[in-house]
Design a protein around this ligand. Structure first.
Ligand SMILES: NC(=O)c1ccc[n+]([C@@H]2O[C@H](COP(=O)([O-])OP(=O)(O)OC[C@H]3O[C@@H](n4cnc5c(N)ncnc54)[C@H](OP(=O)(O)O)[C@@H]3O)[C@@H](O)[C@H]2O)c1
Length: 248
């Protein structure tokens, strides 16, 4: 932001889930650099504390397992207690466990739906209730290009969770469009993070095996930041962002 353009996020407060690594950590950093207070949510408290220490007074570590509805509500309540309000929630926590359905593990399916869909709903409900009282706010979903089209057979269940987010976000937008609350879905293609670790082992080996380079987590943070920095009359509802050389 230049001096000529007042930063619309300065002094606001954001909750970022999945802030312990990857896109969430990059988003929290960028928001804080632009004057936003940030509540850092994820399960790995040590990571959150390290990031909060790097950011300084604008950040606090809020260890949260979003699959627990009470913990999700407490996350919003503690953020309001700490900073007075919540203006932005970035629903970013998520995981992908890949296998063909014929070889899939029901526990993996359950975990993906628990985090990517239900946990996201728990945080969203708590944040929306607070934002409705205030009559303003931004609810962001970090979904995936896989929320638009299924990339391959072994990603079917992951893609199903992200397709669910597409439906949830649009329903939420219809509900909230006249209440001062914007709903924004960011749909990344391949991004270099720890995301492949759960299914493919070393992320470095995984990305090295691709025919194209992944985006960096900061690229997604910048796109998200652009969307929430728009004036209140402008609602950017979907941002699909892929590496230029990613074919689908
Ligand atoms: N990387 C990609 O290529 C890519 C592409 C499209 C979309 N995405 C989406 O981007 C989002 C962020 O992923 P990433 O790429 O940044 O991967 P990542 O580095 O693995 O980050 C995932 C984050 O989710 C958190 N998380 C997982 N389970 C949680 C739970 N029960 N409660 C709270 N937090 C939880 C993790 O923190 P803890 O383990 O500390 O809880 C971690 O901070 C995900 O929704 C993913 O689907 C990623």
């Amino acid at each position: 932001m230049t001096d000529e353009q007042p930063n619309p996020l300065s002094g606001k407060t954001a909750i970022v889930t999945g802030a312990s690594s990857g896109i969430g950590a990059a988003t929290a950093r960028l928001l804080a650099e632009n004057g936003c207070n940030v509540a850092l949510a994820a399960r790995r408290e040590d990571r959150l504390k390290t990031l909060a220490g790097e950011i300084g007074d604008r950040a606090f570590a809020a260890p949260t397992d979003i699959t627990n509805p009470e913990a999700a509500a407490a996350l919003v309540a503690s953020s309001v207690e700490r900073f007075g309000t919540v203006d932005v929630v970035v629903n970013n926590a998520g995981l992908g466990l890949y296998a063909p359905i014929s070889e899939g593990d029901p526990e993996d399916w359950r975990m993906m739906f628990d985090v990517n869909v239900l946990g996201t709903l728990y945080v969203t409900r708590a944040a929306a209730r607070h934002m409705l009282q205030r009559g303003s706010g931004d609810i962001v979903f970090v979904s995936s290009a896989a929320g638009r089209r299924v990339p391959h057979g072994h990603g079917a269940v992951y893609a199903a969770t992200k397709h669910a987010i597409t439906a949830i976000a649009e329903g939420l937008r219809i509900d909230l469009h006249d209440k001062g609350i914007r709903v924004i879905t960011v749909e990344p293609g391949l991004v270099r993070t720890e995301f492949p670790e759960n299914s493919f082992g070393s992320p470095d080996d995984y990305y090295a095996g691709k025919k194209y380079s992944p985006l960096e987590a900061g690229d997604i943070a910048e796109a998200l930041f652009f969307a929430i920095s728009q004036p209140p009359r402008v609602s950017i509802n979907e941002v699909l962002i892929r590496p230029t050389k990613q074919p689908n």
